[in-house]
Design a protein around this ligand. Structure first.
Ligand code: DC
Length: 221
């Protein structure tokens, strides 16, 4: 099986770009952030605080996260419920960053992610794919963009959905989430030594997708 790992900070365009590249290459796209988001949703729904590590550890034993594909779209299942429609709010985003620092949460998802990559050609995106989940991935990309550009994109996305938002607040949320994700003890966000850096600040989506495919073609030879 061939694995492509894409890591990078919030809002760099990882999911859009990885999904499109996967379609072109005939790979399965795996969005690991969505799995962490489903866990955060469970904690929110059950009134478990992000600072209560003991309760989070205990709850991890009861949570069952899996993914399946419907019409080519990744669907995240919490138990048997499709939670895709509930995991993209700002509340869930921040909770996800807060709880993804815990070992119990990360261990829970590691096996699911590695099993997918063992059985299929995947493009997997997240924060620790090249450094921890798939250290032997054939292609590793660290996809980033300036904080202003990432905030602008996120703001436009929310605006298009009709969600009231504020550009400066969106930027502060992104910066806070990056700081947490980069500075946690277990599997922090960082560029793997053998990852190719791709800055999408001045690239269109199509240009970024082409750049990903070029990097893959060069690596695969
Ligand atoms: O990619 P995303 O914005 O959906 O990720 C949401 C949060 O999940 C992110 O702030 C940190 C966490 N995450 C992680 O810790 N490890 C991953 N592989 C993917 C996401």
């Amino acid at each position: 099986m061939y694995n492509i790992a894409i890591d990078g900070p919030a809002g760099a365009g990882k999911s859009t770009i990885a999904r499109m590249a996967a379609e072109k290459l005939g790979f399965i796209y795996v969005d690991t952030g969505a799995m962490y988001r489903a866990m955060a949703l469970y904690f929110i729904r059950n009134g478990i605080s992000s600072s209560d590590e003991e309760a989070i550890e205990a709850a991890c034993k009861d949570i069952n996260i899996s993914i399946e594909y419907q019409d080519g779209e990744q669907v995240v299942l919490l138990g048997s419920e499709n939670v895709n429609a509930f995991i993209r709010t700002e509340e869930v985003s921040m909770m996800t960053s807060d709880i993804s620092k815990y070992a119990a949460v990360r261990e829970k998802l590691l096996d699911v992610q590695r099993n997918l990559a063992r059985t299929k050609d995947v493009i997997m995106d997240g924060r620790d794919i090249g450094t921890c989940v798939l250290p032997d991935a054939g292609t590793k990309i660290y996809l980033t963009a300036s904080a202003s550009e990432r905030a602008r994109r996120r703001y436009k996305e929310l605006e298009a959905k009709g969600v009231p938002c504020d550009l400066e607040k969106t930027k502060q949320d992104i910066i806070l989430r990056d700081e947490q994700d980069m500075n946690r003890e277990i599997s922090p966000l960082r560029q793997a030594e053998d990852a190719v850096l791709l800055d999408s600040s001045d690239l269109s989506i199509e240009e970024a997708v082409s750049a990903v495919i070029d990097i893959y073609n060069k690596k695969r030879g």
